[in-house]
Design a protein around this ligand. Structure first.
Ligand SMILES: [Zn+2]
Ligand SMILES: [Zn+2]
Length: 139
C-alpha cells in the first residue's frame, strides 16, 4: 500500500498495488500543468481511493483523459484514462516512499532542449510511436 498526499494535505490517495516504474511525459499539456517539466506518472488501477474527493478538481484535457488536481493547493494528482483500462496514473511526487525508477519517457519530440532526458536506460517514444502502440492495443 502506498499513501500519497497533495502539498496542503487536503487530498490523500491510497494505492494498494503501486508500480515502482515511472513513465515521464513531455507532451505540451503535461509541461503546462507541471511547471514546464514532464509529468512523472506511476501506474495505479481503475479505482480512485481517496479521502478528499470534494477537494479534487478534474480537467478533461483530451477526448480520452482527464487530469486531477487539488482545488486548494493546485498539486497535480493524477492522469485518468477515460477509455480502455480506465486506469489512474498518479503523480510520483505525492508519495511518501520514493522507491521508483524511470522506465519510459514519452512524447520525446515535444521535449524542449533545455530539459535533458531523465534516464539513460528508459524506453523513449515520440508522439507518433505512442499513438501507434495505443492503436495496436485497441485502446
Ligand atoms: Zn492540496
Ligand atoms: Zn503528457
Amino acid at each position: 500500500m502506498a499513501m500519497g498526499k497533495c502539498a496542503c494535505g487536503a487530498v490523500e490517495i491510497n494505492v494498494p498495488d503501486i508500480s515502482t516504474k515511472i513513465g515521464a511525459c513531455f507532451c505540451d499539456t503535461c509541461r503546462k500543468i507541471n511547471g514546464g517539466g514532464p509529468l512523472l506518472g506511476v501506474h495505479g488501477d481503475s479505482e480512485l481511493r481517496t479521502s478528499g474527493d470534494a477537494q479534487i478538481g478534474r480537467y478533461k484535457s483530451s477526448d480520452w483523459a482527464e487530469r486531477g488536481f487539488c482545488k486548494n493547493c493546485g498539486t497535480t494528482l493524477f492522469y485518468h484514462l477515460m477509455v480502455g483500462s480506465m486506469d489512474y496514473i498518479y503523480s510520483a511526487g505525492l508519495f511518501d516512499q520514493q522507491e521508483f525508477e524511470i522506465t519510459e519517457e514519452i512524447f520525446t519530440d515535444a521535449k524542449p532542449d533545455y530539459i535533458g532526458f531523465l534516464s539513460e536506460k528508459s524506453v523513449k517514444k515520440t508522439a507518433k510511436q505512442v499513438f501507434e502502440a495505443v492503436n495496436k492495443n485497441g485502446a
